[in-house]
Design a protein around this ligand. Structure first.
Ligand code: FAD
Ligand code: 2HG
Ligand code: ZN
Length: 477
């Protein structure tokens, strides 16, 4: 692991054989309990192999009732618990810091119901995002969220991190799409807020507390959310630009001229393209000339002719004013996939290089690329700096990579707290979409005021007085 770990809080119990016997008695199927080191190890380690815990036990409930019994017991015995979905999180929130037991939602993966009139789907929290998409597509609907980790991440994990991704520009955040949540509270109480209503203003909107709280306030067991009809006419285009200022001009025109059919506007700098070309078989240089900036844009609509006309006049406008150097529109699904691959495999490619320091920031658009340039100057060749992200949402993924090296305190000190201070000074957010987890809990103050942190702590205390749910995460110690 990187940096100094927060010491283990001695108030938590160390699990013993009696506890394991109890879990066996409620979970019945022996496959629902993992205690062998080799079986538990993958659950102790995060996707980046950066955060490692030391849990001795994974429990894999199949029902809400089983989750309730597990938590009620843990609460009574003061056993700390980490809820875990697909374990694709990028801030160390999904793995234990010390010996917290791991509650995996992997066995709760059923789609429960779908209403073809409202488009509302109700699912168990452990459903893998891509499986929900595959369920919906034949019915003419689609999930309102999409991200590179779709083949492994679970909808409960997406909700718990309030994941953003590449469709947020079009469909908004999960705070808007999710209509209902069933969650189990720390003491085992099952909270049924599993509404499927579009409108429900009956006091505090409690389900919102579980969206984005990273498993610190309850375990989400079921969710309902609104799904949009699946667009039938999709275009994907790739552009190259000389300057970031031109990228912004293209974005403004895309919003104004494409309006409701604009469904993604993603950005990557040239080092990202070089990186993907190096690590991903089957990718190739997109244009004759290399330029410093690239944009991947998608339109999604329901009328091919109408969408095609809009796209053509938009392309004419940006080419006519020389906002782009090169541009290409994918004509078939194979080309679309290869364009998307240039964007969606950046994270995986960074992982292949070596230790990567990841920052997921919201910044005002005029500061968006400035920070990348500032970091390059500051690090002066000691590390490689990559800038990409959801520019249409003001979300920069700043990645600093040290090929063939392991994580080092010296490098970390060159980056932090500078990046957070810079972000805070420009009134940005130190986590746009990945959450706080273990990585940023001590830095929360850069984006939240003291009264806001105080209120967060009060809510946590009211809902989990023994602090058994995902301790050492999100809130500063
Ligand atoms: P996990 O990683 O298992 O858990 C994440 C957090 O949620 C943890 O704190 C965990 O305790 C909690 N949790 C999980 N399930 C539950 C539950 N049922 N109840 C309560 N708490 C729970 N993120 C984005 O926002 N946008 C992106 O575009 C994006 N792209 C990615 C691309 C790649 C290649 C990778 C590896 C990751 C990407 N991520 C992205 C980050 C990550 O995939 C998301 O944060 C995702 O939502 C995590 O889901 P998960 O099921 O893997 O959750
Ligand atoms: C993405 O948008 C993800 O690809 C991951 O949020 C970003 O690796 C990252 O920093
Ligand atoms: Zn992202």
């Amino acid at each position: 692991s990187v940096g100094n770990k927060i010491p283990r809080d001695p108030k938590y119990a160390v699990i013993n054989s009696k506890d394991i016997d109890y879990f066996r008695s409620i979970l019945k199927d022996p496959n629902q309990i993992l205690t062998d080191k080799d079986d538990v190890d993958p659950f102790n380690c995060d996707w980046m192999k950066k955060f490692k815990g030391n849990s001795q036990l994974v429990v894999k409930p199949k029902t809400t009732e089983q989750v309730s019994k597990i938590l009620s017991y843990c609460n009574e015995k003061k056993i700390a618990v980490v809820p875990q979905g697909g374990n694709t999180g990028l801030v160390g929130g999904s793995v234990p810091v010390h010996d917290e037991i791991i509650l995996s939602l992997a066995n709760m993966s059923k789609v429960e119901s779908f209403d073809p009139i409202t488009g509302v789907v109700t699912v168990q929290a452990g459903c893998i995002l891509e499986n929900i998409e595959n369920y919906l597509v034949p019915l003419g609907y689609t999930v309102p969220i999409d991200l590179g980790a779709k083949g492994s991440c679970q909808i409960g994990g997406n909700a718990s991190t309030n994941a953003g991704g590449i469709r947020l520009l079009r469909y908004g955040s999960l705070h808007g799409s999710i209509l209902g949540v069933e969650a189990v509270l720390a003491d085992g109480t099952v909270l049924d807020c599993l509404s499927t209503l579009r409108k429900d203003n009956t006091g505090y909107d409690l389900k919102q507390l579980f969206i984005g709280s990273e498993g610190t306030l309850g375990v989400i067991t079921k969710l309902s959310f609104i799904t949009p009809p699946k667009p039938t006419s999709v275009n994907v285009a790739l552009f190259s630009c000389h300057s970031f200022d031109r990228v912004q001009q293209v974005l403004i025109r895309a919003k104004k001229q494409l309006g409701d059919i604009l469904s993604a506007f993603e950005f990557m700098d040239r080092p990202c393209i070089d990186l993907v070309l190096k690590h991903q078989a089957g990718t190739r240089e997109p244009f004759d000339d290399s330029t410093p900036f690239y944009v991947l844009m998608e339109t999604s609509g329901f009328n091919e002719v109408h969408d095609g006309e809009k796209l053509s006049s938009f392309l004419e406008s940006i080419m006519g004013d020389e906002l782009i150097v090169d541009g290409s529109v994918a004509t078939d699904s194979k080309n679309m996939t290869s364009f998307w691959k240039l964007r969606e495999t950046i994270t995986e490619s960074l992982g292949k290089e070596g230790a990567t320091y990841k920052y997921d920031l919201s910044l005002p658009i005029d500061q968006f690329y400035q920070l990348v340039a500032v970091m390059r100057e500051k690090l002066d060749g000691k590390a490689l700096v990559y800038g990409f992200g959801h520019v249409g949402d003001g979300n920069l993924h700043l990645n600093i990579s040290t090929p063939n090296q392991s994580y080092s305190k010296d490098m970390l000190d060159m980056i932090e707290p500078f990046v957070y201070e810079y972000t805070s000074k420009h009134r940005g957010s130190i986590s746009a979409e990945h959450g706080i987890g273990a990585m940023k809990s001590q830095h929360l103050h850069f984006s939240k005021s003291d009264p806001a942190i105080h209120l967060m702590k009060s809510i946590k205390h009211a809902m989990d007085p023994n602090n058994i749910l995902n301790p050492y995460k999100v809130l500063p110690q």
